[in-house]
Design a protein around this ligand. Sequence first.
Ligand SMILES: NC(=O)c1ccc[n+]([C@@H]2O[C@H](COP(=O)([O-])OP(=O)(O)OC[C@H]3O[C@@H](n4cnc5c(N)ncnc54)[C@H](OP(=O)(O)O)[C@@H]3O)[C@@H](O)[C@H]2O)c1
Length: 260
Amino acid sequence: MSTNRPEPKSILITGATGGIGGELAKRYARPGRTLILWGRDEEKLRKISAVCGGRGAKIISRQIDLAKGQDALSAFYEDDAIAQCDMVILGAGLSDIKTPKDLTEDPQKVLQLALVNYTAPVTLATAAARRMIPRKGGRVVLIGSVSAYYELPFSAAYSSSKAGLASFASAARLGWEEEGIKVIHIAPGFVDTQMSQRLKGSLPFLVSVENAAKRIMKAIHHNEEECIFPWQFRILRVAERLVPQFLRKRILKSIRADQE
Ligand SMILES: NC(=O)c1ccc[n+]([C@@H]2O[C@H](COP(=O)([O-])OP(=O)(O)OC[C@H]3O[C@@H](n4cnc5c(N)ncnc54)[C@H](OP(=O)(O)O)[C@@H]3O)[C@@H](O)[C@H]2O)c1
């Protein structure tokens, strides 16, 4: 049966050594598909490549630091020349917060975070679109966060990097849609991975990594433009429009966050 949602044959996943990226890699692994798996940690990369290879996918793996933007761009061109990606999932990310004892976030971490969370994904997304357009289309998936929608005073760098990514997704979608490129922006709430496990205190509406991956794959399959999950955060997005600015600021300033 013909479908206008062709299954991707060649997928680049950044952050494949992480919780969400690793789960997506496993679920996308199958015979006839090439997975280009990128990560920084050599051992984790070896393990996830072995698992995905064991499921029948052809694996190209690369140990890379995405804070080195030029290296990442060159690596993309090299891997794409071999495997002609028809989907990129840009999932690598770093988080950091200002704990109650800090005056500000750590500037050194802010620099890394801006490079990994914003500069690298928008650069790779653009390079991928440029390669996919002459091949008549493809998908660019950007893993952001619900924090994109909130000015979080304890994580100005993280929340604004994700806000930048959300804004990039909207603009790029308009720019590329007539060229056959689908831009899919994923905005998860808390997902149970190493990233969220560093946070102290309660994590409302926490989702397992398995459920997060299923939800993301559904959004990709249906070419959803923006996928906010779990559903409680979609309700909040609507409800918050009714909250006056002064109250919004007061609520945001009252949130206490801490990490290991
Ligand atoms: N977990 C959550 O609650 C949550 C919520 C909303 C959004 N997100 C987003 O979801 C994405 C995946 O996060 P996760 O929860 O799966 O976290 P995770 O388990 O900590 O994974 C993070 C991934 O990013 C990679 N990475 C970090 N810095 C890198 C660098 N300099 N160069 C290359 N790769 C780098 C890590 O590679 P190595 O491990 O090899 O260093 C790892 O693969 C992130 O973009 C995150 O912001 C997560």
